[in-house]
Design a protein around this ligand. Structure first.
Ligand SMILES: NC(=O)c1ccc[n+]([C@@H]2O[C@H](COP(=O)([O-])OP(=O)(O)OC[C@H]3O[C@@H](n4cnc5c(N)ncnc54)[C@H](O)[C@@H]3O)[C@@H](O)[C@H]2O)c1
Ligand SMILES: Nc1nc(=O)c(N)c(NC[C@H](O)[C@H](O)[C@H](O)COP(=O)(O)O)[nH]1
Length: 260
């Protein structure tokens, strides 16, 4: 099958510009620009069930997601998405000038990445970059598994973990910075998005771009609904976006904003 090629019109790209990392700025920010982006149903679900992929974006907003990939130096997902989706994580916009570096948060190295994984195949074909897999410092990864990534230009990167077993976002951003990646779009899934939207982590998010599809997935799906420490007794304010723009795109609507 010939590779899929997507087109995203410049008029629509212009609407997103204020929310994207600058292409000209010379200010040296202390951390990478972080864009949080995902597709959701009307009942805030990312997929019908954990462990499965659900297509939500229509063709126009799918092309937008690929345009966003072309505008960031890294694209980040959690291990749950890597295992469920076998994603490609490349940019399929016609004439895409620079491919994003896939980054997978996988503290326990549970993603069984192999020569047949889509992201590895695309890297081998020169249609994308090989992934950096961030694992808990000290976790065992076999020589064969390391070789799969290293043959195509990827690798495992150790980082410290917090008590709960996940990474602190500041440590993740520090890894990206050390690798020379100055912007990242975080694509999901549920655990990653909910963690970034919770409490002080939200301060690390520069912009949010959400595709909302006209469908209800019903109960049992993977849902975006961040934990709000102190939310029950009203001491933690609700998370909210400011500088908001709503853009209809095909049958979907795309919401852009910045954390208040
Ligand atoms: N609609 C969309 O835009 C979209 C996008 C991505 C994924 N998805 C869907 O989401 C589902 C996967 O979501 P999920 O919640 O199971 O997995 P996930 O992709 O959020 O990965 C979670 C894993 O990431 C690791 N991790 C490390 N540090 C972390 C941190 N600080 N915070 C959170 N996780 C951390 C942990 O191992 C954790 O188990 C799949 O069904 C996938 O198809 C949908
Ligand atoms: N924008 C968007 N719309 C969707 O309907 C959907 N299911 C995802 N899901 C995001 C998740 O990160 C997926 O794993 C990658 O979208 C798959 O990546 P590829 O297309 O294989 O590159 N993202």
């Amino acid at each position: 099958m010939p590779p899929e090629t997507l087109h995203f019109p410049p008029s629509q790209a212009a609407l997103l510009a204020p929310y994207l990392p600058s292409t000209t700025s010379t200010t040296s920010s202390s951390r990478p620009h972080l864009t949080l982006t995902f597709a959701t149903s009307l009942d805030s679900a990312l997929s019908l069930r954990p462990g499965t992929q659900t297509a939500l974006s229509g063709p126009e907003s799918k092309a937008m997601t690929h345009y966003l990939r072309s505008r960031h130096s890294a694209i980040l997902i959690g291990a749950g998405t890597a295992v469920a989706d076998d994603p490609g994580l490349n940019c399929r916009i016609a004439g895409c000038a620079s491919q994003p570096r896939p980054v997978v948060l996988d503290p326990s190295a549970r993603w069984q990445v192999g020569d047949g994984s889509k992201v590895v195949r695309l890297a081998r074909e020169g249609a994308g970059l090989a992934p950096f897999v961030v694992v808990r410092a000290g976790v065992e990864v076999s020589r064969e598994r390391r070789a799969v990534l290293e043959r195509v230009g990827g690798r495992y990167i150790p980082a410290p973990c917090e008590e709960g077993g996940g990474f602190a976002w500041r440590d993740v951003l520090a890894v990206l910075e050390r690798e020379g990646l100055d912007s990242v779009m975080v694509e999901g899934g549920g655990a990653v998005i909910n963690s970034l939207l919770a409490g002080a982590n939200l301060r690390l998010v520069d912009s949010v771009i959400v595709t909302i599809a006209p469908t209800w997935l019903g109960k049992g799906g993977v849902v975006v609904s961040p934990h709000r420490p102190g939310g029950e007794d009203g001491t933690e304010p609700a998370a909210r976006l400011v500088g908001v723009k709503w853009c209809p795109l095909g049958e979907d609507v795309v919401l852009c904003g910045r954390p208040a």
